[in-house]
Design a protein around this ligand. Structure first.
Ligand SMILES: Cc1ncc(COP(=O)(O)O)c(C=O)c1O
Length: 364
């Protein structure tokens, strides 16, 4: 049998079985900070919106409802200062992971093309390049690319796993460099609403793109901003020509967001209050965990935004993992995100207040 998965890396979380068993043996139970999965309630108005259209038997539109596209444009304007996006340049996605994993393929990239991803990156960028048969290059600077002309560059600010925020100058330089070479820049902005010590900027902010979306795509997710990870809710926007191309292929491929989820997304994108409440929860947990880690001699690098603390004890990440697992705390090793993560662990802010307090107590 031919197997498509052989070309892909091992699924990293499978390797946590042993430390997981150690953490779960703790008498107070495990505190799982190894994955960024939301734990707080789905806001009631969003659930009501989902239920309100549960009796629609027909197929939904791949492009989403006009109301959803308008709500996305408005939310980008209100929350992130992005102007001038046409509603037709918004395309809903079944969460953002599938878009990350299939984007190179959907845009027709293949063997001979190179996709640039951050040195430390969400693993699915690499998977997406491999699914298209393209090559992957890890680089954080244009300088590191030398004379190469990649087909696509992924940016992720705030970053998973480091929480690093790219400044306006960095973003602008990448856009200018890429436009001069006809390279597509795709910015994964799923943590854009979670700035703590820095204000994250979209690639589509006028100060970055000069008011033109040419050659640019921004990938958004409602998983973390609205606790909708289980609904699978995201969208992509930017250059209308690129979005139209994606829409054309996705119509053929059946990549459609379910109609009730489209309704829930429309409600979530209008609900800045729910977003503010969620931000506060994460900010509180971040403060508690940051203090507890510092108290135990951890150094925390970057982490000025997003859903993670990028922490190090100056030793091999798996040693740190074992040390925390003895205390019933589970985190992810930096190596999941790239070879440069060997001395860091990624600590997610996604546990209940009770579990976060339990972790802090164990780190007294
Ligand atoms: C950087 C980044 N991009 C995309 C995703 C995918 O999120 P979702 O598929 O839930 O939208 C994640 C999930 O953790 C992520 O960290």
């Amino acid at each position: 049998m031919r197997s498509g998965s052989t070309a892909l890396p091992d699924f990293p979380w499978d390797s946590l079985a042993e430390v997981k068993a150690t953490a779960h043996a703790h008498p107070g139970g495990a505190v799982d900070l190894s994955v960024g999965t939301p734990v707080d309630p789905v806001p009631e108005p969003i659930r009501a919106a989902l239920a309100s259209v549960s009796d629609i038997p027909g197929y939904p539109a791949t492009h989403g409802t006009p109301e959803l596209r308008a709500a996305a444009v408005e939310a980008l304007r209100r929350r992130h200062g992005i102007e001038g996006i046409e509603p037709d340049a918004v395309l809903p996605t079944i969460g953002s992971k599938e878009m990350v994993a299939w984007l190179p393929r959907l845009l027709g990239l293949g063997p001979g093309d190179t996709v640039v991803i951050p040195e430390l990156a969400y693993p699915t960028y690499e998977v997406g390049a491999l699914l298209a048969g393209a090559s992957v290059l890890r680089a954080d600077s244009l300088f590191a690319l030398g004379p190469q002309r990649p087909a696509m560059i992924w940016l992720n600010s705030p970053s998973n796993p480091t929480g690093r925020v790219l400044g306006v100058d960095h973003l602008r330089k990448v856009v200018e460099w890429a436009r001069a070479r006809d390279v597509i820049v795709v910015s994964d902005e799923c943590y854009l609403a979670l700035g703590w010590e820095a204000e994250p900027l979209s690639i589509l902010h006028p100060s970055v793109c000069g008011g033109s979306t040419q050659g640019l795509l921004a990938v958004h997710s409602l998983s973390k901003s609205a606790n909708l990870a289980s609904y699978r809710a995201g969208f992509v926007t930017g250059d209308p020509r690129l979005v139209a191309e994606l829409l054309a292929v996705r119509k053929h491929a059946g990549m459609i967001v379910p109609r009730p989820v489209q309704e829930a997304m429309t409600a979530a994108l209008a609900d800045d209050e729910a977003l503010a409440v969620q931000r506060e929860r994460y900010e509180r947990r971040r403060t508690v965990l940051q203090k507890a880690l510092h108290h135990n001699g951890f150094r925390i690098d970057y982490s000025e935004a997003g859903l993670y603390l990028w922490a190090s004890r100056g030793e091999d990440a798996w040693q740190t993992l074992a040390w925390l697992a003895e205390r019933g705390i589970l985190v992810a090793p930096g190596t999941f995100y790239g070879p440069k993560g060997g001395q860091h662990v990624r600590v997610a802010l996604t546990a209940t207040d009770e579990r976060v307090e339990a972790a802090a107590e164990r780190l007294q």
